[in-house]
Design a binder for this molecule. Structure first.
Ligand code: HEM
Ligand code: HEM
Length: 188
């Protein structure tokens, strides 16, 4: 089983990390809003516990992902794309990495400024990375919310581009990120 990337396909490790982080981020977006809209209750606190724990898991997985990527170069995009497309794709991917790091870090900052002690998955104490301050807490909350909308917009573009390549341009770009799917369209 090819765990490493090949010249024309993402390896299983990169695929596993891409799809697990994607699934977690969609879940966190929903969980964030549900927790936010739930009236104050023990249930609301449990929702936030899960939100914060899974959010910190995303941060860890993104760091693993970047480490894996550093030792395992990305497969080059298929030839024949217009010149702007690889530039646009690389810029979007770099921005996505930045956003999925800043999103959990801003959550971590909210939690630190609130001064509420928190243990990731009820086990690992999360150290504070900011002084306790209500004013800072509100600033970090606004930052978390703005990042959410920016991430949602960039993701729409990312997903739209992947679907366009698959359904309109009929190339292998989506297939090479999918597990259990052959790469037969590679040269199409
Ligand atoms: C929260 C959701 C998602 C995030 C944060 C995300 C992020 C990323 C990033 C950062 C890359 C670049 C990988 C690298 O060069 O190391 C990438 C690649 C890719 N993503 Fe996503 N993605 C998400 C969801 C999706 C979805 C839903 C689709 C499909 C509809 C998709 C399709 C792809 C494809 C096909 C590639 C590979 C592009 C290539 O071969 O160059 N992604 N994604
Ligand atoms: C990729 C990771 C994350 C995503 C996509 C995400 C998304 C969201 C969303 C959509 C909301 C509701 C809208 C808002 O009020 O901002 C929210 C709220 C919140 N999140 Fe996150 N979050 C992530 C990580 C984290 C982490 C790691 C923490 C803490 C350690 C955290 C703490 C919070 C808090 C405290 C709120 C409530 C903010 C308020 O009352 O205004 N989040 N998050």
């Amino acid at each position: 089983m090819p765990w490493r990337n090949t010249h024309n396909r993402w390896g299983h490790m990169a695929q596993l990390l891409h799809w697990s982080v994607a699934g977690l981020i969609f879940a966190l977006m929903a969980l964030g809003w549900i927790a936010e809209l739930t009236p104050l209750s023990p249930g609301k606190l449990t929702l936030f516990y899960w939100h914060k724990s899974l959010g910190m898991l995303v941060l860890a997985l993104v760091l693993v992902r970047l480490g894996w990527r550093a030792g395992n170069p990305a497969p080059p995009l298929p030839a024949g794309l217009p010149r702007w497309e690889p530039i646009m794709a690389h810029a979007t991917h770099a921005f996505l990495y930045l956003l999925i790091i800043l999103m959990p870090v801003s959550g971590w900052l909210i939690n630190s400024a609130s001064g509420i002690p928190f243990k990731i998955f009820w086990v690992l104490p999360l150290p504070a990375i900011s002084p306790v301050s209500t004013q800072l807490e509100h600033i970090f909350e606004s930052f978390h919310l703005v990042l959410f909308w920016v991430l949602a917009a960039v993701l729409l573009g990312h997903i739209g581009a992947a679907l366009r390549h698959h359904f309109l341009l009929h190339n292998s770009i989506l297939r090479r990120m999918l597990p259990f799917v052959s790469n037969e369209r590679e040269d199409a």
